[in-house]
Design a protein around this ligand. Structure first.
Ligand code: ADP
Length: 383
C-alpha cells in the first residue's frame, strides 16, 4: 500500500491504448487530476466532447489496470470532456428532445461568471429534481461522512422555502453575529452549517420573490464566516427552478451529485436534473439511489418497494457515475427525525459504512476535479 506512487499508476496506465489514436492514454495527456489517498486512487480521463460513451471502455480498462497494482484499494476514473462553445446549444437540443421547458436556457451560462468563495476549496451541490426522495437526509449524512474522511466540511441548506438542515442536525437557536455584519455558522457533528431556518421563524409564512431567493443564498455563502473548508455541501431545493440554475451559474460549483429513488417517475426527473447541470456546464459527479430496497427486520426478506437499480441504469445510459445505493430503512428515518444523523450516531452501522463508501468516492472525484483545475469556471462536463 505504501508503494503506490503517481509514477507506478502512470506506468500502469501507459498500457492502456486509445484504439482510435493508437497511443497510450498517458502520452496522449488524457490522465488528469491524479489523487492518491490511503490506497484509494482517483483521476479523470479527458476525452473529446461527445465521446463519453465511446470512450467508456478506456475508462474501465484504466480502472482495471490501476486496480491490479498491489496495495490499491479502490479506483475511481471519471471521463470528462472539454466543452466546446456550442455546448449550450447542443444541450438545449438535448433538453428539447427530453421535453424540457426551453425557458431554462434564458439565463445562459455565458452571461455570468461563476464566483469562488475565499477559503472554500470545493463546492458540491446535492440535488434531486423531485421532492421527498431523501435528498436532504443524504446530503447531511454525506457531509458528515466526508468530515469523517478527514475533510473540513460545511453544509449550506439552500432550501429557502423548506429548510431542513436545522432539524436533521438537531440544531436550534440563532447564529452568532460577528460585527459588523457577518454570521458565524452553527456547528454540529463536526460540520459547519447555515440555513435560513436559523434566521426566520419556522412557523411564519415567508413570501419569497425570485431574486430574493438567490440573494438569501448568496448572503449565506458570502456573509458567513465559513473559514477554511475542503468541501461545502449545498443541499439544493428540489426541482430545476431558479434557485438551482442561478446557484449553478453564480457560484463556482465543483460538481453536482444527484439523489433519486429507483422508480421511473423519479428517474425521469433525475434526467432533467442532470441535463440542467449539463446545460450550465456543471459536472455531474454521479447518482445515488436512495430508498433502493427494503430488508424486513423480522424475516430478512428483501422487497424492492420503489423498484431497484433504476439509478444505476440511468447513470450508465447518461454516462455519469453510479455512486451507490442506500436502502429504505427505519433507522435512517428515525435518526433523521431525532436530529442525530446515522453516520454520526451509529458510525459503524451498515448504512453508515455505505454513506462512507459513497463519500469516499465523492471525495476522490472532487479532489481530481479540483486538482485538474476544473472548477473555475467549469470548462468541462462529466460525460
Ligand atoms: P427531500 O430532501 O428529498 O425532500 P428528505 O431527506 O427530507 O427528502 O426525506 C424525506 C423523508 O424520508 C424523511 O422523513 C426522511 O427521514 C426519510 N428518508 C430519507 N431517506 C431515507 C431512507 N434511506 N430510509 C428511510 N427513510 C428515509
Amino acid at each position: 500500500m505504501t508503494n503506490i506512487t503517481k509514477n507506478s499508476i502512470l506506468t500502469a496506465l501507459t498500457k492502456i491504448i486509445d484504439p482510435e489514436l493508437g497511443q497510450n492514454v498517458v502520452d496522449l495527456g488524457m490522465v488528469k487530476g491524479l489523487v492518491i489517498k490511503d490506497g484509494n486512487v482517483g483521476f479523470t480521463i479527458e476525452v473529446g466532447s461527445n465521446q463519453g460513451s465511446e470512450k467508456e471502455p478506456i475508462r474501465k480498462a484504466c480502472e482495471k489496470a490501476v486496480n491490479e497494482i498491489p496495495g490499491v484499494l479502490s479506483v475511481t476514473a471519471v471521463l470528462t470532456a472539454e466543452i466546446k462553445n456550442n455546448t449550450s446549444q447542443r444541450n438545449s437540443e438535448q433538453m428539447k428532445q427530453n421535453g424540457e421547458p426551453e425557458n431554462q436556457g434564458q439565463t445562459n451560462s455565458n452571461q455570468k461568471k461563476p464566483r469562488e468563495i475565499p477559503g472554500i476549496e470545493s463546492i458540491i451541490a446535492v440535488a434531486s429534481a423531485k421532492g421527498g426522495v431523501g435528498k436532504s437526509t443524504t446530503a447531511v449524512n454525506l457531509a458528515i461522512a466526508l468530515a469523517k474522511e478527514g475533510n473540513k466540511v460545511g453544509i449550506l441548506d439552500c432550501d429557502i422555502y423548506g429548510p431542513s438542515a436545522p432539524k436533521l442536525l438537531g440544531l436550534n437557536g440563532k447564529p452568532e453575529i460577528i460585527p459588523p455584519n457577518r454570521l458565524k455558522p452553527m456547528e454540529a457533528f463536526g460540520i459547519k452549517c447555515m440555513s435560513i431556518g436559523f434566521l426566520i421563524d419556522e412557523e411564519s409564512p415567508m413570501i419569497w420573490r425570485g431574486p430574493m431567493v438567490m440573494g438569501a443564498i448568496e448572503q449565506m455563502l458570502k456573509d458567513v464566516e465559513w473559514g477554511n473548508l475542503d468541501i461545502l455541501v449545498c443541499d439544493l431545493p428540489p426541482g430545476t427552478g431558479d434557485a438551482q440554475l442561478t446557484l449553478s451559474q453564480r457560484v463556482a460549483l465543483t460538481g453536482a451529485v444527484i439523489v433519486s429513488t429507483p422508480q421511473d417517475i423519479a428517474l425521469l426527473d433525475a434526467r432533467r436534473g442532470i441535463n440542467m447541470f449539463h446545460k450550465v456546464d456543471v459536472p455531474v459527479f454521479g447518482i445515488i439511489e436512495n430508498m433502493s430496497y427494503f430488508t424486513c427486520p423480522k424475516c430478512n426478506t428483501r422487497s424492492n418497494i420503489f423498484n431497484h437499480g433504476g439509478a444505476k441504469s440511468t447513470a450508465d445510459e447518461m454516462g455519469v457515475e453510479f455512486l451507490g445505493e442506500i436502502p429504505l430503512d427505519i433507522l435512517i428515518r428515525k435518526t433523521s427525525d431525532e436530529g442525530i444523523p446515522i453516520t454520526y450516531g451509529q458510525p459503524d452501522s451498515e448504512h453508515s459504512l455505505t454513506y462512507r463508501r459513497i463519500a469516499s468516492k465523492v471525495a476522490q472525484i472532487v479532489a481530481s476535479a479540483t486538482a485538474s483545475g476544473h472548477h473555475q469556471p467549469p470548462p468541462i462536463k462529466i460525460m
